[in-house]
Ligand binder design. Structure first.
Ligand code: NAD
Length: 523
């Protein structure tokens, strides 16, 4: 029962420190890990359904976007029938897993955190190879993975404790949080360790069972994390692992009547499909499926005329081009007061031209590739649209090399309603929009269907207060960049078409995986 007295004592949560790659010992550790991980390229990884290793006749390959001919791993291609078997087995095992004492589940999650910590460099190396993150970005992904495990473990202990209620005379009343059932966890590739692990760990630690179907672009990292969770003590039937195509295996999980919840992070279009499919009752379905949907963004940074323009240039450049703009929180619109527009644009272009692009394994490159050929084509098409909708001031095409490299691109003088100012591009493409004044800037910033992150640079307190009240985003940053949310400090999730605002890494998050039961006894 969730009210079990918890004996596990843990010090207060603190974020995992980032690795300082300026230190020779850390560089050497990362180089050794890169070699070790490279020696394992091309291995085949099975799925885990009903506790068994499963292979399929048809396979899928995961390749290195910096060197597309390098095969990181070969994975299975699950059929809809196999997805069905996995969720049915997870549904069956829920009866066992939900009875495992909270302390034991939490203990496993903490153990997983310490295994990740021991294998930190290897996990970061794999992230670097499979999805093209720089060392620094890969390390941040690994650190966030540890943070989610440590944070949700502690949160579960809190939620298992007594919950405050108004006392009722003549009654003993209490409230317990109980798990939901078997759920589908469907993550994206852009935080291939942190998001996949965060959603999975939150579901498991609360007593649910899970079928994890990772993105087609990052199955090997997901497989590594599943291996760590098994090693830590998660039973294979509690965490089933299938790889395959989203539209087939993912869709079958979402639509199955025994699926109790779906934890999804990904694009707006797929999120909406899932929302609709989850809302339709299937024959034999006993519950209303819960869909936790975290989706895309068109995140803006407002640069006010009273801003420190140099700080704004730096913040915008880092948020626009970090991980090649492939973060849901990436700054893709700079909305700049006309009074500082020219100087901001000039400085931004100079800063952009300093961004280095090339293979992610080389730490001298700030930006690695975009994740796939499909992503590359989509981004280049948007750049062509942008050339017509505004003035191209930096970048504008592919960068040299065999990988999927795109130049950091700045398109200025864009109308707020232009396609490149409205649609998520998910690449290193920044649009710059001129605003008459601060109110106009806010109106432009709020003028998309999204509402994920936003930043404001201004020294004027009244303007910052106005932004707090009316900049409609789930994560607002004042005088700092709009990327880099930290677990615990910046609970993360957006409004409108950016999703259900689940606030990952926050104290509300585990509620999505639990339901409350109120019990009152006459005394
Ligand atoms: P995506 O929507 O293409 O895929 C996400 C997942 O959904 C993958 O595992 C995919 O296999 C699966 N999928 C695809 N079609 C499906 C279907 N019909 N039914 C069930 N599952 C299906 O997104 P992506 O390209 O992997 O990730 C990038 C997107 O994720 C961007 O839009 C980005 O903004 C968003 N994102 C949002 C957040 C957030 O917290 N809001 C965080 C990271 C990424």
């Amino acid at each position: 029962m969730a009210t079990a007295e918890t004996k596990l004592q843990k010090p207060e949560f603190v974020n995992e420190p980032f690795v300082d790659f300026a230190k020779p010992e850390n560089r050497a550790a990362m180089e050794a890990a890169m070699k070790k991980v490279a020696s394992e390229f091309g291995r085949e990884y099975p799925m885990y359904i009903a506790g068994q290793e499963v292979k399929t006749a048809e396979k899928m390959q995961s390749t290195n976007p910096s060197h597309p001919s390098q095969v990181i791993g070969v994975v299975q291609k699950a059929s809809a029938e196999q997805a069905k078997q996995a969720i049915e087995s997870a549904h069956e095992y829920f009866e066992t897993w939900k009875r495992v004492p909270v302390e034991q589940r939490v203990d496993i999650i903490f153990r997983a955190a310490s295994i990740v910590r021991q294998q930190k460099f290897e996990l970061s190396a794999l992230i670097c190879y499979e999805v093209g993150k720089s060392w620094i970005e890969a390390d941040a992904d690994t650190a966030e993975t540890i943070d989610f495990l440590e944070f949700y473990g502690r949160e579960m202990l809190r939620m298992a404790g007594p919950q405050p209620l108004t006392p009722m005379k003549g009654e003993k009343n209490f409230l317990v949080y109980i798990p939901l059932g078997a759920g589908a966890v469907i993550p994206p590739w852009n935080f291939p360790a942190a998001i996949a692990t965060g959603m999975t760990a939150a579901a498991l630690v609360t007593g649910n069972t899970v079928v994890l179907k990772p993105s087609e672009e990052s199955p090997v990292i997901a497989r590594k994390m599943v291996g760590i969770l098994y090693e830590a003590g998660i039973p294979k039937q509690a965490l089933q692992f299938i790889t395959g195509v989203g539209e087939v295996a993912g869709d079958a999980l979402v639509k199955h009547p025994k699926t109790r919840f779906i934890a999804f992070t990904g694009s707006k279009d797929v999120g909406l499909l899932i929302s609709e499919a989850a809302g339709k009752r299937q024959p034999g379905q006993l519950w209303i499926k819960r869909a936790v949907l975290e989706m895309g963004g068109k995140d803006a940074t407002i640069v006010d005329e009273e801003a420190d323009v140099d700080a704004a240039v730096e913040g915008v450049a880092l948020a626009a081009f970090g991980y090649s703009g492939q973060k849901c929180s990436a700054c893709s619109r700079a909305i700049v007061s006309e009074k500082v527009y020219d100087s901001f644009v000039q400085k931004l272009v100079e800063r952009t031209n300093k961004v280095t692009v090339g293979p992610a394994e080389d730490p001298s490159n700030y930006m690695g590739p975009v994740v796939s050929e499909g992503a590359l084509d989509g981004i280049l098409k948007y750049i062509e649209v942008g050339k017509k909708e505004g003035k191209l001031l930096a970048g504008g095409g592919r960068a040299p090399g065999e990988g999927y490299f795109v130049q950091p691109t700045v398109i200025a003088d864009v109308e707020p309603t232009a396609r490149v100012a409205q649609e998520e591009i998910f690449g290193p493409v920044l649009t710059v929009i001129k605003a008459r004044d601060f109110d106009h800037a806010l109106e432009i910033a709020n003028g998309t269907e999204f509402g994920l992150t936003g930043a404001v640079y201004s020294k004027n307190k009244a303007k910052l207060e106005k932004a707090q009240e009316s900049f409609h985003v789930g994560n607002l940053y004042l005088n700092r960049k709009c990327t880099g949310a930290m677990v615990g400090a910046h609970p993360f999730g957006g409004f409108n078409m950016s999703g259900t605002d689940s606030k990952t890494g926050g104290k509300d998050y585990l509620h999505h995986f639990l339901q409350a039961k109120s019990i009152a006894e006459k005394v």
